[in-house]
Design a protein around this ligand. Structure first.
Ligand code: ADP
Length: 491
């Protein structure tokens, strides 16, 4: 099959979170299976150009219709660790992708509506006719709408769309301007409950709703989250739309890229290991301590890696940190916050704990350091409020770092409690799970993990090794996406 992925991220060149990992990892898996995959991305000024090989202009004069006129763009092309990527660079005063950040600008809706329009225009004029266009998250929600309302009439009637929702919280809710800009200029038609009208704000349109209504198949990134999205407030108002379209909606667990996240080959960690040489992991722990100036002493090391925001249960992360220190453990945090209050809060904690030899807070995004932490820590905490899939617990498992998680979304599908589990045999269990959102709940699960580490290190080691035996690679999700593509191709 010929598959084009269109997204706002692709790791490692553009990565703000799990979306980037998924776009890269899935593309690689599909190519390994013999499919032809291309990726279309915005050409941000702040992306990691050092991860692109052979960057050159592939299409100089792309004129993208915008409002009544057109914006001149160049399309660059290069390889990101073997994946063929096209980068769209508009030449206009709007400077859509020269903002020093991927997200967070007041005109994000316009920026990504433009990107979506440009990606389709590029496919159309360069005569690319993929079997499958795979779009991701709200940023590309208008692509299925424009494909079936506009580009279908420009020779693209055979293309089928798979739309993956990585986070229901951000849906792209905005006003009518975007419709006029993109050529969907029939307000009455699109402001309809069955099309793009936002379910909660009748005066607004919703990109993600458009994506759901117009795509041939829609999925979120774990089976449990698919259920939550339909039947709980995690659907963030889209529940009725998912109900109407339930026949084409499902959940596919994300995979973890084995080439990037593999303790046997990871180029960012000094000592390679696998489950048969598990004791070598301790050398990485020592290295991590040296690097972060933590004292080297016989204590468990607990880590948190992830965005610092409400979704990730930031108050519980904070509590886990102090609880761990009180229990005589060490704690390493790697996280970045876009919310200024949360950012200030953690900077304050960082200063407060600066001289503590058992604690290190690294505020910012640091891919290299994240690998060292996965390899060096004993336990990783993931106390999310909601978690569509979650990669950090799966990466942790891969590195023999025992996850302590809240039982929501994809965490339910991937972590199985050591003590309390009716569905999994003891030899299938791999972590600790709690369910409530209060401090006691974190303490109960983290406390059990620490008790096991202190009181029964041999069993703790066994639990870590059991986690390493899980195959959360792209192998199974690869099969699932191929079945989806096959299914919609025949429609
Ligand atoms: P989300 O997509 O909601 O941010 P996921 O758990 O799905 O969360 O994916 C997070 C990915 O981003 C993981 O690969 C994790 O290692 C990485 N990551 C998150 N925060 C940081 C950070 N501050 N520095 C480096 N990597 C990070």
């Amino acid at each position: 099959m010929y598959i084009v992925q269109i997204a706002s991220e692709c790791a490692p060149v553009i990565k703000a979170g799990g979306l980037g990992d998924v776009v890269y990892g899935l593309s690689r898996e599909l190519e390994n299976r013999g499919h032809c995959v291309e990726i279309i991305l915005p050409m941000y000024d702040c992306m990691r150009y050092d991860h692109i090989w052979g960057l050159h202009d592939a299409y100089r004069d792309l004129w993208v219709p915008w409002y009544g006129g057109a914006i001149h763009c160049s399309v660059f092309c290069g390889w990101v660790h073997g994946r063929l990527c096209f980068f769209i660079q508009p030449h206009s005063g709007d400077n859509f992708f020269n903002r020093g950040n991927y997200y967070g600008a007041p005109d994000d809706h316009m920026r990504f509506a433009f990107f979506s329009k440009a990606a389709l225009e590029f496919l159309s004029v360069s005569n690319k006719r993929p079997d499958i266009i795979h779009c991701h998250d709200w940023q590309t929600g208008l692509i299925p709408v424009m494909l079936f309302e506009i580009y279908k009439w420009h020779g693209m009637w055979n293309q089928r769309i798979c739309y993956t929702i990585h986070n229901f919280r951000h849906q792209g809710v905005t006003g009518a301007d975007v419709l006029w800009a993109t050529g969907l200029n029939n307000d009455a038609y699109y402001y309809h409950y069955d099309r793009l009208q936002d379910n909660n704000h009748p005066g607004a349109i919703n990109f993600m709703k458009g994506g759901i209504v117009y795509s041939n198949f829609v999925n979120t990134v774990s089976p449990h989250h698919a259920w939550e999205a339909r039947f709980s407030d995690v659907g963030c108002g889209l529940n009725p739309t998912l109900d109407v379209h339930h026949y084409k909606f499902g959940g596919v667990l994300n995979g973890v890229d084995n080439d990037i996240w593999n303790p046997q080959t990871d180029r960012y960690i000094p000592h390679h290991y696998d489950k048969d040489t598990f004791e070598i992991k301790a050398k990485n722990k020592k290295d991590l301590r040296d690097r972060l100036l933590l004292r080297d002493i016989d204590k468990p090391l607990i880590a948190y890696i992830g965005r610092l925001d409400a979704q990730k249960g930031v108050h519980l992360v904070h509590h886990a940190l102090y609880y761990s220190l009180n229990r005589g453990a060490q704690f390493v945090l790697l996280g970045s916050a876009t919310n200024p209050e949360i950012n200030n809060w953690f900077w304050h904690e960082k200063h407060h704990l600066n001289n503590n030899p058992d604690c290190h807070l690294e505020i910012g995004f640091n891919e290299e350091l994240s690998h060292s932490i996965y390899a060096g820590a004993d336990i990783i905490v993931v106390p999310s409020n909601y978690e569509p899939c979650g990669l950090t617990q799966m990466i942790g498992l891969r590195y023999g770092t025992v996850p302590v998680v809240r039982g929501v979304g994809g965490l339910v599908n991937t972590v199985f409690d050591w003590d309390y589990n009716e569905e999994h045999l003891p030899e299938e269990r791999n972590g600790f799970v709690f369910f409530q959102t209060d401090n006691h709940a974190v303490e109960s699960a983290l406390g059990r993990a620490l008790d096991l580490w202190y009181q029964n290190p041999r069993v703790f080691r066994q639990l870590a090794i059991q986690g390493m035996e899980y195959d959360y690679s792209w192998n199974h999700p690869g099969d699932k996406y191929i079945s989806i593509y096959d299914y919609i191709r025949d429609k």
